[in-house]
Design a protein around this ligand. Structure first.
Ligand SMILES: [Zn+2]
Length: 389
């Protein structure tokens, strides 16, 4: 069984990563200050059949860290762990009980806040990696969580500086550990909707990245053999071009409605060029879903796998179109109307959750919802349903 050390595991991203890894067969060793919270997470994981242990460690205290490392090393030597397969440095300090350390001039920070932020954000990860390197297996991973500061470090200097230092540690170690086949990467998310973030910034929480999404990226990296990368996660996983192409797909759905067919549309784009755009066809013609039609046309047109293509669909694709896209080589689909917002019995083959199923696909296929276009697309779906049900 693979063993992963996760710091900052009692809340937020650390907790989400712990649950994700435990679910995917890792023994997770959770590190944080609060034993109450850790104990609860360990119980939850064990109740679902996972393996978890916790270590109560104050990462601002070097002696405390040393004690923790010794315990882990003893467990490795005793054969309780067959080495370490992942060190995930997630802990960081950006607030205390009373305030968020943001929008503050550097000179107004308390000295202890500065040193604690550096200790947890940079010194502790360095010492943990340093102490455990001899026990890391070939093919193991180190992932350091940094952060994306869209407006620079102003107002956040200690946190910002600790994260930038951690990124440099990541690059340096990746280079040095290449020959030992120990992979070192970073993840740099923008604002993440953790419990703490939501508490301090309720107005921004709905636009922030979910901890689960970041946990998924941790797992992706652990399954790969890339090294020396810092992966940035933005609040949105789509851009203006995606919105433009999705609008085009929705316009096809409106055209479809005007032609008396179910209002659905699809567009396939490669390198900024529209390869196919389709409406749906009235039943009972066999090839009636626009996504499937667009896929067939694009394959005929390009005469190759659609590996570099993106599929835009007005509706969340059904399982047939999803499978067809997968087999055609498409790995990212952008859509407007969520399946949960239309009657499954009429618009879909079942109410099976795609996302559970997608996780089991051999290769990752990403489904991105652009919620802001949902209204634009769903109006005619509702009108059509009213007319035809
Ligand atoms: Zn379909």
């Amino acid at each position: 069984m693979k063993t992963a050390i996760i710091t900052g595991a009692s809340t937020g991203i650390g907790k989400a990563v712990a649950n994700k890894l435990a679910k995917n067969g890792y023994r997770v060793l959770l590190v944080a200050r609060s034993s109450n919270k850790l104990d609860q997470i360990v119980r939850d994981i064990k109740s679902k059949g996972g393996e978890a242990e916790y270590y109560t460690v104050d990462l601002t205290d070097e002696l405390n860290i040393k004690g923790f490392l010794n315990e882990v090393i003893d467990n490795c030597k005793a054969g309780n762990y067959s080495g370490i397969d992942a060190i995930l440095n997630i802990a960081g300090i950006w607030h205390d009980d009373k305030e968020v350390f943001a929008g503050k001039d550097f000179e107004t920070f308390g000295e202890k806040v500065i040193t604690d932020t550096y200790s947890v954000g940079f010194t502790a990860p360095s010492l943990i990696i340093h102490g455990l390197l001899p026990y890391m297996n070939k093919g193991s991973h180190i992932i350091n969580l940094s952060g994306t500061f869209e407006n620079g470090g102003k107002g956040w200097i200690p946190y910002y500086a600790s994260k930038k230092a951690l990124e440099d540690l990541t690059y340096g170690l990746a280079d040095e550990l290449k020959d030992q086949k120990i992979y070192v990467n970073g993840i740099s998310p923008s604002d993440t909707a953790t419990e703490e973030y939501t508490k301090w910034f309720p107005e921004y929480a709905k636009d922030a990245v979910s901890p689960e999404k970041i946990a998924e990226l941790f797992l992706d990296i652990l399954r790969s053999s890339k090294s020396g990368t810092i992966q940035v996660i933005k609040k949105y996983d789509y851009n203006d071009k995606d919105i433009e192409y999705l609008k085009m797909a929705i316009e096809m759905s409106h055209q479809s409605y005007d032609e008396g067919a179910f209002p659905a549309g699809a567009v396939i784009v490669k390198d900024g060029k529209v390869i196919s755009k389709t409406t749906s066809t009235s039943f009972p013609k066999i090839n009636f879903h626009p996504e499937s039609k667009s896929i067939d046309i694009a394959i005929n047109e390009l005469n190759e796998q659609l590996t570099d293509c993106m599929l835009y669909a007005s509706m969340e694709p059904c399982l047939m179109c999803l499978s067809r896209a997968y087999w055609a080589g498409i790995r990212k689909i952008v859509f407007a109307v969520k399946k949960e917002n239309v009657p499954h019995s009429i618009c879909y083959e079942s109410n099976l959750n795609h996302y559970d199923l997608l996780e089991k696909f051999n290769e990752k296929i990403e489904l991105v919802n652009i919620e802001e276009l949902q209204e634009y697309a769903i109006v005619e779906v509702k009108a059509w349903l009213e007319k035809n049900s």
